[in-house]
Design a protein around this ligand. Structure first.
Ligand code: NAP
Length: 487
């Protein structure tokens, strides 16, 4: 069903980015948009990640939409279920379902230069034409399954954290967890008390800092609801605290890294008494190089007598469990793969064919690049949310996303009000911007170890090398001089 308006806009993805874009469009007085979502429900990350312990390690007062602040967060770091419930409430409040096509995957996008429009093909074979596309498809969506020999031979249950099978009851079972990243630090302490025995396979230890999570008492929630400026103040303080601490996480400075190391080692000492165990859990790479993890109980879990940390390399998976290089078989009834995601930013999420038949995959053959992570030369009227080099290592990604949406809306207003065919970022502007980004990367901490932040050639096309506030100031306005304006 094609939107009847003369200025149809397509939003792809109904996660935080797509929902935020829809609301900001409505706030700007634009309602001619359709949201396409390949899944059967909204929520993105928070719909998909439902493993025990799943939560967001960014404080909820910041990890929420600035224009939809919620006084009722139950604790400082909301659980995945609570964030999903928040998104469902927001969608209902703004009546976004009226704009939504769920279970509808966009499988191809092709730009029509004469019409100044994108023709989107859905998985059902029908077509939708949009003057502007806002793509909020997310960067960490599809689970990365490890390539460990023998995986198909395993006779027990195997599941990825991002595709949790709630039919499987882990209580009283021998369970193995592979991986020790941001998902693992949440699932490990959550399942340890219910399983019979837990084995955690660690390939690389991680720096973990204290979370200091706390439930918000009823009176505080009432106060925040009664006086919204207090909620805004809480958000403001938490945002600026993470900004001020940011350089410890992202800047390549021995002194700043040392602060992070000391904080993390304190967290380790208070949770683990055994010095041998502490040694195994201590990373050897610089603080911040991989994503810094946040937990008050992950490390303490290894003090339990029914939990074992295995640092020997996994050789293969067999019918009865996981065999390590030392020849030992670690028996398991179930294996949890906390092995992360395929980095969605490396290639286009589906064939995207821009002006003169150029594909986004071609444009990104040397690594994903965009102007401020949002617009790509050759792909007019296409706005990416959470695109290349816009990920934060230290604060809420939503701060970046809202600035990107504001930029896209200013462009939309321009195109619509001035009857333009399209706007397209100038190649020279995009190149200069990305040269600057890569130059700044040299001063960042991320080059010194292996992580999903990096492409196979070691270049970083994922994270923004700097403060969120600085990115927002640079990105939130559409500057016509930087774009080719075609009437
Ligand atoms: P991840 O950080 O990529 O961690 C994957 C883990 O699996 C790593 O420990 C990795 O070891 C290990 N691994 C992968 N393949 C393996 C193999 N073949 N054998 C043994 N170990 C293997 O994935 P994640 O924990 O799902 O987190 C991904 C990202 O999602 C995070 O960085 C974060 O941005 C986001 N996230 C956020 C939150 C939040 O609270 N905000 C929570 C969860 C996830 P190596 O380190 O040696 O590669």
């Amino acid at each position: 069903m094609q939107d009847e308006s003369d200025f149809p806009i397509a939003i792809i993805g109904a996660g935080f980015a797509g929902i935020g874009a829809a609301i900001q469009l409505l706030q700007a007085g634009i309602d001619s948009f359709t949201i396409f979502e390949r899944a059967g429900e909204v929520g993105g990350t928070w719909r998909d990640n439902t493993y025990p312990g799943a939560a967001c390690d960014v404080p909820s007062h910041v990890y929420s939409l600035s224009f939809e602040q919620n006084p009722n967060w139950s604790q400082r770091y909301a659980t995945s279920g609570e964030i999903q419930a928040y998104l469902l409430d927001v969608v209902a409040k703004w009546d976004l379902r009226a704009h939504m096509r769920l279970d509808t995957e966009i499988v191809e996008a092709r730009f029509d230069e004469d019409a100044g429009a994108w023709h989107l093909k859905t998985g059902f074979g029908d077509q939708f034409s949009a003057r502007v596309v806002i793509a909020g498809v997310g960067g960490l969506v599809d689970p990365a399954y490890p390539e460990i020999p023998g995986m198909s031979e395993f006779e027990g249950e195997m599941m990825h954290t991002a595709r949790w099978n709630h039919e499987v009851d882990l209580s009283g079972k021998q369970v193995s967890v592979i991986g020790t990243g941001a998902s693992a630090v949440q699932v490990v302490p959550a399942i340890a008390p219910i399983v019979a025995f837990l084995t955690v396979f660690q390939r690389t230890p991680a720096w973990v800092v204290a979370k200091f999570d706390a439930f918000y008492p009823k009176w505080l929630k009432k106060l925040l609801a009664r006086f919204p400026f207090l909620l805004r103040a809480s958000r403001f303080v938490k945002y600026w605290v993470s900004e001020i601490r940011g350089p410890i996480v992202f800047y390549n400075s021995k002194l700043l890294s040392l602060i992070g190391v000391l904080l993390s080692k304190w967290n380790l000492r208070r949770q683990v008494k055994d010095p041998e165990l502490r040694k195994k859990l201590t990373p050897t790479f610089q603080f911040g190089c991989k994503r810094v993890l946040v937990s008050d109980d992950y490390w303490a879990t290894f003090e339990r007598s029914d939990v074992e940390l295995v640092t020997d390399t996994i050789e293969r998976i067999e019918a009865k469990g996981v065999r390590t290089k030392d020849g030992r078989l670690h028996e398991a009834d179930a294996i949890v793969l906390a092995t992360g995601f395929k980095l969605g930013l490396v290639t286009a999420p589906f064939p995207i064919i821009g002006r003169e038949g150029k594909t986004l995959d071609d444009a990104w053959s040397g690594g994903a690049v965009a102007y401020k992570g949002m617009t790509v030369a050759g792909f007019p009227n296409w706005f990416i949310l959470m695109g290349p080099n816009t990920g934060p290592g230290h604060t809420s990604v939503l701060v970046y996303t809202e600035a990107q949406i504001a930029h896209a809306i200013e462009a939309i207003q321009r195109i619509r009000n001035e009857g333009l065919k399209y706007v397209e970022i100038r190649q020279d502007v995009q190149d200069r911007y990305n040269e600057g980004i890569q130059k700044r990367m040299k001063h960042m901490v991320w080059g010194g170890c292996k992580s999903w932040y990096l492409n196979p050639d070691g270049s970083n096309h994922s994270l923004y090398p700097g403060f969120a506030a600085e990115y927002v100031l640079r990105a939130r306005h559409f500057k016509p001089a930087e774009y080719e304006i075609v009437k």
